[in-house]
Write a protein that binds this ligand. Sequence first.
Ligand code: MV4
Length: 452
Amino acid sequence: MFKKVLIANRGEIAMRVHRACRELGIQTVAVHSTADSKAMHVRLADESVCIGPAQAKDSYLNIAAIVSAAEITGADAIHPGYGFLSENARFADIVKAHGITFIGPSAEHIRTMGDKIAAKKAVGDLGIPLVPGSPGALADFEEAKAAASQIGYPALIKAASGGGGRGMKLVEEESQLEEQLQAAQQEALAAFGDGSVYIERYLKQPRHIEIQIAADSHGNVVHLGERDCSLQRRNQKVLEEAPSPVLTAEERAKIGETTRKAIQGLGYLGVGTVEYLYENGEFFFIEMNTRLQVEHPVTEQVTGIDLVREQISIAAGNPLSFTQEDVTFTGHAIECRINAEDPRTFVPSPGRIQEFHAPGGLGVRFDSAVYDGYDIPPFYDSMIGKLIVFGDNRELVIARLRRALEETVLAGINTTIPLFEDLLDDEDFKTGDYHIHWLGEWLAKQEEAGEG
Ligand code: MV4
């Protein structure tokens, strides 16, 4: 096992990784920007190193500064968390070249999954169901036209180097194709330095359901079931739950096993998530994330497995501590992302937390890095905590979530807590009858009602 891990991140995920390291008897090194010198993860870690100014590009994205900090402190591994450098293949390569273990998959797997065309080909060849679409990058309009008439309209053009919803263009009919193709290629080139685009059948009202997997260096791969992440706003997830309100145990076992086998075929190492769109009982692969995800706690709560502990252990060369047969799913878990934002306009609300009280009690977990008197800096993501609530069934969890939200005190800033309080009262939410566009529509309705 590692002796010392450098945590190349901030906020709640730096705390989450620190906690796993502590329980494994591993020393931790925090790195931080000048804006984060009073951050909780810096206080908790055994050692800390300031790696640069507030702007992320000068600190949390500064590869040379982070690798230097690891060398100076003698860390034998680096945990990248999520965001920042977590899916940067060059970072994984450089860390390895310095004789330090990158706690994550190989740079090659990160690179393949970062190229959405290569990713589709890699997993499609291993039996994962794909959204029908062009087999590769579109060379020209003629090729796009041929592909689109094969798959039908509406169709969606996506950037190979995109992902997370950036750079997508909807094509409702053939007359729009040429213009949308050009726009997509130009935008992709400007945004990613790569103008390659591909085209897919557009799914109108799917759910976003993702499968968690974990793979060790001994050839063992397990799936840990699904998370339903359909409730999102502008490509930012807002609330996630496990199990999905719509999947049967048979469907879970089938897509889980298909995913598990494919990931085994890839020779993948570490934790990862295979993202699907789910419509009319069918799964369609869209992307694979090669990192630990924000919403991993809902899987931990329904399986009882510590994903970060396993992730670190796997990176150290140990076999998984359990087999697929050992994995059972118990009860229900829901996570709410608490953002320091106006709950109506979503304008960020950094500043001092004047008073803080975390919710607690049976079935309540609050993953956060905030404390009484903490100053939320304006330079980073506005997510300041995650409220994860779990219990025997979804109905109980919703009631528990409501009372946990009521208990939470975060004075001095605006948070998205009021949004969740309203959401929990909605009939569609209560029955689980939602899809990826549902929240956007619900927010528009709330807005109208509020103005009247
Ligand atoms: C799609 C789609 C409909 N049809 N692909 C957006 C994020 C990126 N990961 C893929 N995305 C989508 N791909 C096809 N063929 C709709 C979306 C999409 C979406 C997907 C998941 C969660 C939220 C979303 C919000 C808008 C669009």
